[in-house]
Design a protein around this ligand. Sequence first.
Ligand code: AMP
Ligand code: FE
Ligand code: FE
Ligand code: ZN
Length: 294
Amino acid sequence: MVKKWGLRVTTLMFRVEADLHCHTTASDGLLTPQELVRQAALAGLMGVGITDHDTVSGWEEAEATGRECGLEILKGIELNTEVNGIEIHILGYEPEFEAKVLQEKLSFLRGARYKRMLDMIGRLNSLDVRVRAEDVEKFAHGESIGRPHVAQALIESGYAHSLKDAFTRYIGYGAPAYVPRYKLTPAEAIKVVRQAGGVAVLAHPGIQRLEGSLKEWVDQGLQGLEVSHSDHSGEDEARYRKLALEYGLVPTGGSDFHGEKRKPGVKLGGWGTSLDTVFVIRDLARRNRIKTTS
Ligand code: AMP
Ligand code: FE
Ligand code: FE
Ligand code: ZN
């Protein structure tokens, strides 16, 4: 009897109620915001964070579907930054949509993504790989174009047989049509999120074992740490949960869902937080705004 109760408490404690890291067709996810939120509701989630790369264009549709399905939508973005050759991803939750500083930065980053796609096409063409910008744009339904869309065009036109193959032979790091993407520094990303009144969170720190610079980023305005993530081991999760507590950061979590085909094995709602975290983050953003405007 006691054992049964113990099991029940454990299950309750670890139940994912909100998946706070999801990508839609607004960037490189495979589901539209509407499809994603509906799938989240079917999976029994109560909250979803929309964190597309460099765009907020998925928010409106996600919120409308959230209202329909009774799901809380946490509005976010993911900014992939770099410092000393290391990629560091910063999530920004609940920034003010109208904030000029945010819109200008995102629009600049998307422009750089588009130009980089044209560069990749140029390189591919010089390798006699006949893929056109239109073929890539067809897969990028949204406005934030990434390498997964180029890979899809390569597969469709028969130049690659899988996503992995497309990256290995053409567009992955070190491959002949690889073009680096323009990247902000983590400090710049944290700054833009905070200037827009949002909550800056360090995404999946376990991938790069990022803890050395944590203090520096906290001083720059970081307010959260992604503890639960599909690339984290149990030990990672425990370590980052402890660090979050130590630095006074909000522990967050999410799957990094991009669609089953784009990230096999990464299920929507497989990683995440309690629903409470959504409210804690919103509240923090509200308080940031009071500070920003005063
Ligand atoms: P981008 O932001 O345009 O450089 O694209 C980065 C995305 O490409 C990542 O989020 C991954 O989903 C995907 N990606 C990067 N490297 C590979 C790889 N070797 N195989 C498959 N997908 C990859
Ligand atoms: Fe992505
Ligand atoms: Fe990421
Ligand atoms: Zn992501």
